[in-house]
Design a protein around this ligand. Sequence first.
Ligand code: DGL
Length: 265
Amino acid sequence: MNNKPIGIFDSGVGGLTVLREIERLMPGEHIIYLGDTARVPYGNKSKSTIIKFSTENILFLLKKKVKIVVVACNTASSLALDYLQGIFSVPILGVIEAGANKALAVSQTKKVGIIGTRSTIGSGSYEKALVKRDKTLKVYSQSCPLFVPLVEEGIVEGKIAKSIIAMYLEHLRLKGVDTLILGCTHYPLLKKEIGAYLRNVRIVDSAQEVALHAKTVLAENDLLNHSKSVGRKEFYVTDESKGFTKLARLFLQRNISKPKIVNHV
Ligand code: DGL
């Protein structure tokens, strides 16, 4: 059982930020990554569509005999996690709870900002997770729909990135948030510029937090792979892979093996 892989899925390439953190923390684990590149983006789609896509993604991962599933996509975690946890028996983790816990732990002023896709922000998932834990929190949300294409174009710093960041985040700055949750797979790549704009604000990267959470869940279930050799990584996509491999380099700072194309629908 411990030798079985961890399954990760995302709407596309962005979930590699989660894979990166998981492999840093648990180098011996085998990982199966599925990017639903045929149907990306999820960030502007409805709940029923996200549930359908996510269910199909997990069915694919289960065929690969994964021991745990990490929903790397914030949009899928926001809209489909409860449903998925209700129908599958394998442990399924999302990014929302982990990010919310961390924000709560680090915020001093109790003013927390959240940024994400339209669907994530529209779902109120982070807000609910935060306020459930502390009713005195003030939560300010902002969807940043241009951030995903920006990152996918490789524009993660410089004039254009700075001005789009300022356009979206001015409101949060004026509110005086002391903590900001990066509620989207792509946003960790903008961390440097976001940090430069929101000085002295603690930036919570959900990818890092979910990796820690995954390790805890695996340890609790005695499922950790303690192998000393580096785990196998397999990449699957649902559409043509050229752009994926190129973007993967940006997200992981290294080359990956060519992803296999699957038609899992
Ligand atoms: N992976 C998505 C998320 O974290 C961003 C990309 C998309 O919209 O599909 O919300």
